[in-house]
Unconditional design. Structure first.
Length: 276
């Protein structure tokens, strides 16, 4: 049976701190002073006399890292941590008809994502989740549940963008919600770079009544719902964005901290689907 990738809805300030290189919001790392170089017997500083072999080795390592197809690598140990059930350690609201759901609402596995539309890692992970749904969503095995977690201290524009997606839902249903969300992630340069004046135009381009959309957005109708969603994300264990929980048929909750690459996410989902 093929499932049309249709969509269902939902709705949080928090000073979430970045927890790793894969998420927005992480604790600053201490900066160590550079080591001092001893002077040579002739009184000349040898700090510039770096062996050519070290320079070449460094260049090769840098090339290997930056030419990798997965620039957003998993944080240290993330793949292993993601496989550990945290059901007893977090408080996660059950998926219901207030949620935005892409795919089969009764899917065996649900990926519940808390995200920020101005977070660069969220933008990358959005593409990853689209890949997931292309592989697992069409036959109804996996559903994608999107919840808002704008990081006000980093991206003050993201909260209004979250409200805009809710206005798109109100005026056009779940299909327009997901289309509008996709469009925001497509056009934003991230890091608070989107011009909010573009929000009504994005809606209009998708066939949503522009005047009604502007009225909805200006009213702040969904501001409280976004605040509630942020609070729910915090209770669910989010310390940055993107943050996702893979919920299995038995109720296990497997966290994905950050923008893991597709192959890592696929491994977690395959494990969840294999659950007896």
């Amino acid at each position: 049976m093929n499932f049309e990738l249709s969509y269902v809805h939902m709705d949080i300030q928090t000073n979430l701190e970045p927890q790793n290189p894969e998420t927005d919001g992480g604790l600053p790392q201490p900066t160590l002073p550079p080591p001092t170089q001893p002077a040579s017997p002739g009184g000349q500083n040898t700090s510039l006399a770096v062996p050519v072999s070290i320079v070449i080795a460094g260049a090769l390592i840098a090339f290997a890292v930056y030419s990798s197809p997965n620039k957003i690598a998993a944080p240290t140990g993330a793949a292993n941590n993601a496989a550990a059930d945290v059901a007893g350690a977090v408080e996660l609201r059950a998926v219901d008809n207030s949620d935005h759901i892409l795919g089969n609402p009764n899917a065996q596995v649900k990926v519940i994502e808390f995200s920020d539309t101005e977070c660069p890692f969220c933008k990358r992970f959005h593409t990853t989740m689209q890949q997931v749904m292309n592989e697992y969503g069409k036959d109804g095995r996996v559903a994608w549940v999107y919840r808002h977690l704008p990081l006000d201290s980093l991206h003050p524009k993201a909260r209004k963008e979250a409200e805009a997606t809710e206005c798109a839902f109100k005026l056009g249903g779940n299909e327009k919600f997901w289309a509008y969300l996709d469009k925001i992630f497509e056009v934003t340069p991230t890091n608070n770079g989107l011009d909010l004046a573009l929000l009504p135009k994005l809606a209009s381009d998708l066939g949503i009544d522009k005047a009604a959309f502007e009225q909805c957005l200006n009213s702040g109708e969904f501001a409280a719902a976004i605040t509630k969603s942020i609070e729910e994300g915090t209770k669910a264990g989010a310390q940055g964005t993107p943050y996702s929980l893979v919920v299995t048929k038995s109720g296990k909750k497997l966290p994905i901290n950050g923008a893991l690459p597709y192959d890592s996410v696929k491994q977690i989902i395959d494990s969840a689907l294999a659950e007896k």
